[in-house]
Design a protein around this ligand. Structure first.
Ligand code: GLC
Ligand code: CA
Length: 544
């Protein structure tokens, strides 16, 4: 269990720290904050892409995999970042967007000129202008194919029209991408995150989907494991820390992606637990989180991955997700308690925890009131789609307000100063007003803060083999108010009890006083002492 001790800190550079006063976070901003990151105790930083890009999808539309977008800095800055992080014992993980590249990439530009070699780098299909090859839906809305009149061909874009899917069937494409990995490994990068990497294999074919949006034809394709093994082996990155972002995947596939002897990836991100508040699976239809479903998912993934010696990345937040405390906790009255409870839920599980910038402060959703405040291409597309579907502006704004990826992209809240200490000018995207209370400067001084609790969790993992390697089993299994599990190792036992309700809740399997009577000691919590029942959003960790 190679990365069982580690925690990873995720940075979204555009929103982390602006060093040169243009309102956009940058690489020098990260360098300036390395001591802060070091103070969290994490071993790795994963940064989302800062490569040359038109930024239609904030850098996930890469136009040059080997150069730095001037908005974020220079190659010298990146080299300094790697070296300075290294001095502090922190390894950098870079984000490899290999399912697609920007239509501004030289490869696509040459394809547009009709060069055969580069046409084969992408998924082009001959056709008529009014009939796309399949009815597949782009993840950002609309049909997933775009017509190029002068070629009389369509190309596939599972994401934005400016993100053309690469053709992994073509060995030349695979060689190009291996070479990108070799390039960054040589620069001293310690690991990689692979963007939507389980969508790369389209060999199931291009068939209309009459039951869904097309994903069943391109998700976890038949050649995916072969492609990953080849990529990892030939680029020489086996053994480095790697994580794959797996969209709509299955446990069986993740067992292979991250199995200890498979030589694919170190671990996987899966997202089923972040869909428990989607009504009938639709992200744009609101529903309160189904805690029963959430706990069942955690149990399945934790237990089955453990049995198969595979490894989960543990997380609530990232740059694509609303803020966990606003979503599964309470960002009002029980803000502090619920943020800590949520953190402990994942950090004490089996896997490698990821902390997304600002999560360690309990940063909340953006609370925007107008569509003009949003920046994300997905939010702006879906706002239009929701209006077209007949929603009122108010209804559409409410949905976007809860579901927008911009909720996770507001500037990092460093201090109560103007612009949240993120920049000395207005940022590219605005901050919620609560930055005056929720920020690094305030929380560093408060021993009871969410920030200090996160530091404690990172340390607890580092120091306790039971957290790193212990077995896991779930308890209170029929209790839909509580997520609870047991970790065991060599006769030692920890019990983690988390109340997911804003009300008092009683336990079903064993009362709190019974734990105490049996000699369990409380070693961590978010309230003082032990009451008769679990208090709202209460967390208790017992040891025996
Ligand atoms: C991943 C990224 C997301 C991006 C998408 C397309 O889901 O996390 O931000 O928009 O892939 O690259
Ligand atoms: Ca800047």
């Amino acid at each position: 269990m190679k990365f069982s001790k580690s925690c990873v800190y995720q940075i979204y550079p555009r929103s982390f720290a602006d060093s040169n006063g243009d309102g956009i976070g940058d690489i020098r901003g990260i360098i300036n904050k390395l001591d802060y990151i070091k103070s969290l105790g994490v071993e790795y930083i994963w940064s989302t892409p800062f490569f040359v890009s038109p930024q239609n999808d904030n850098g996930y539309d890469v136009a040059d995999y080997r150069n730095i977008d001037p908005r974020f800095g220079t190659m010298a800055d990146v080299e300094e970042l790697i070296a300075e992080a290294d001095k502090r014992g922190i390894g950098l993980m870079f984000d490899m967007v290999f399912n697609h590249c920007s239509t501004s990439h030289e490869w696509f530009q040459r394809a547009l000129k009709g060069e055969e070699k580069y046409l084969n780098y992408f998924i082009f299909k001959d056709g008529e202008p009014d009939k796309p090859p399949t009815n597949w839906v782009s993840k950002f809305g609309g049909n997933a194919w775009e017509y190029v009149p002068n070629l009389k061909k369509w190309y596939l874009h599972l994401f934005d029209v400016s993100q053309a899917d690469l053709n992994w069937d073509n060995p030349e494409v695979r060689e190009e991408l291996k070479d990108v990995l070799r390039f960054w490994k040589k620069k001293g990068v310690k690991g990689f995150r692979f963007d939507v990497v389980n969508l790369i294999d389209k060999s199931r074919g291009f068939i209309d989907d009459n039951e869904g949006d097309g994903r069943r034809f391109y998700t976890d394709g038949p050649r995916i494991h072969e492609y990953l093994k080849e990529l990892v082996r030939d680029s020489g990155i086996d053994g480095m820390i790697t994580v794959g972002e797996m969209s709509s995947t299955s446990i069986d596939n993740c067992i292979k992606y991250s199995g200890a002897d498979e030589h694919e990836l170190s671990m996987t991100f899966s997202f089923h637990h972040l869909k428990v508040d989607y009504l009938k699976g639709d992200k744009w239809a609101l529903m309160p989180a189904d805690i029963g479903a959430l706990k069942k998912l955690f149990e399945d993934w934790q237990v089955r991955m453990a049995q198969a010696n595979a490894w989960n990345a543990l997380f609530w937040c990232n740059h694509d997700q609303p803020r966990a405390v606003s979503r599964f906790g309470d960002d009002g009255k029980y803000w502090k308690e619920s943020a800590k409870m949520l953190a402990a839920t994942t950090h004490l599980m089996r896997g490698t925890p990821y902390i997304y910038q600002g999560e360690e402060l309990g940063m909340t959703n953006a609370t925007y009131t107008s569509i003009e405040q949003y920046r994300d291409v997905e939010s702006l597309n879906y706002y239009k789609i929701l209006l077209e579907q007949g929603k009122t502006q108010e209804e559409a704004l409410k949905i976007i307000g809860e579901r927008s990826r911009d909720n996770g992209r507001t500037p990092m809240q460093w201090s109560a100063e103007k612009y949240a200490g993120f920049s000395n000018v207005e940022a590219w995207i605005s901050s919620p007003d609560n930055y005056r209370e929720i920020n690094v400067a305030v929380e560093e001084k408060d021993p009871d803060s969410i920030l200090n609790f996160y530091k404690q969790l990172v340390k607890i993992r580092e120091e306790n083999k039971i957290v790193q390697e212990g077995d896991i089993s779930f308890i209170e299994r029929d209790n839909n108010d509580v997520i609870a599990y047991r970790r065991t190792l060599d006769g030692a036992e920890w019990i983690i009890l988390c109340n997911y309700r804003g009300t008092e809740t009683s336990l079903q399997d064993k009362t709190l006083s019974a734990y105490v009577d049996e000699g369990y000691k409380k070693i961590l919590g978010n309230f003082e002492g032990i009451a008769e029942n679990l208090r709202p959003y209460e967390l208790i960790v017992f040891e025996k």
